[in-house]
Design a protein. Sequence first.
Length: 589
Amino acid sequence: MASTFPDLPIFRAIASHDPHKTAIIHSKSNRRFTYGELLKDVEGAKVRLYHQLKAATSENEPIGGQRVAFLMENGYDYVVTLLSIFACDSIAIPLSSSFPASELRYIIENSEAVTLLSTGMFQQQAQEVLKEGISHLPTLNVIDKTLSGSGQDEVQLVQLPTTKGGMMLYTSGTTSRPKGVVLNTSTLTAQCQSLLHAWNYLPKDHLLHMLPLHHIHGTINALLAPLFAGSTIEFLFPFNADAVWSRLAAPFLEPSSSSSSSPQEPITYLTAVPTIYTRLLSSHPRLPPSIQSAARSAISPSNLRLNISGSAALPTPTKTAWSDLSSGNVLLERYGMTEVGMALSCGLAFTDRVDGSVGWPLPGVEVRLVDTETSTPIRLGHEIDPDGKEREGEIQLRGPTVFSEYWRNESATSSEFSPADPNDPNQGRWFKTGDVAARRSVPGTGETQKDWATGPCYFIKGRKSTDIIKTGGEKVSALEIERELLGLEQVAECAVVGVENEQWGQKVCAIVVLADGWVAGGGRRRSQEVEGAEGATGKPWSIMDMRRALKDKLAAYKVPQEMKVVAQLQKNAMGKVNKKALVKEVFGS
């Protein structure tokens, strides 16, 4: 009997790979699963899920398009479950175990999930989530830790009359309650195909997966795209800097120095957020000398084929330090978001990884900049205004990689898209990202990937609502200032904000977390004191020290007029700072 799957590109791709090729590895145990085993286990999970969905829905209600929430650890079971939901033509809703119960309840209720799948590890948490506060009570199904499929070696792909399946990821909710972003299977496929073209995933690639799987970064870039390519994905989550260095170093240690009894292949592909690279850099000097040396070899260009940074701005000092440690490997920056996957990226050639830039539109992605004051598109070649200033505009996107809708939120969907231009032959709607960028030509780039990495590069300035500060008639990018602040040895974390001011309109202010060994000092102003840190010792650093350090790096009007030192920056469940809330907390209403 053959294993049957809907004729979707993801199943077509997996079925085409060598069935004996390793698909998934659990790093700590070194348990390995092949592409052949993966298909068999997805078949078994699909059959079980089908019966669970039939039991959870009314007799004549189709299971196509039904929402399936699932709460489980990163690894093989997660991959099998995700693919089994696709195989049932349903919509997968991955949940994060780090979310509070109230947030998980909100997602389950908002999505109207009909069932919640959980592994035994999270069974108690799942039961707690469903205990109260859900207007419609989904069924809870706990799956066995070891999945065992019933399919055979033969794979049969069946054409569906229509497809309703896909994935729903929730936004970070920095400005409102999180919204469900509907990504159907055709959109997911387009996002993966765009990255396969641009970043050249290979079957021989071995990717170390350290990211959460309720984000677009961990799901598309580090899971589905590698599965399309036939790469090997090794899960090492949650992130631990010493564990990552040990894994990277293992293949390059002398046999007597390696703690692993099983052979471990070199990691060729790494994608992470800037914070991970910062923590790796800070922990490297504390490693044993043998691990330090082997780790440097592991991340050198000859072994680590591609290292990518995204989901936040990459500080130049971090990029430089990583390049120095790795003997010349350059981090590739890109830009994306939940609603669109990846939209912009620097190129594979080191010369196409421009400092401070997120590169060019990815294959299949249309991009335009729209002036935030006049709402008119900024045409190519018109990036400088008559006064000689660089023009900035909101990034707007369209194409097959853009999401279809916010789940049952027609008003939000409508407000986030610009109407189609009747004079435009494509006549497609443009998605308004809310991010502002500038566009400029960079000599010596775009030589190796001329089919897409050409023309002017894009430089992100920040969120239109919170990161573009209007002070004294000038528009200032908070991200530009944050990049410079993070380059100072005294600053561990920072957020630059605009505070309403009668004289300036908005006043540029910095909220910083100081690095170890430094304390706020050098003045009596409240904005220079560390709340709750009386008696702290260390080298003093004041607002005047900060202003002196930045005066040669930024124009005078961009240098923060006030500085507030805090013990930590509060982040939401997605790890992002809500700047509007932060301003109220630190500076008052």
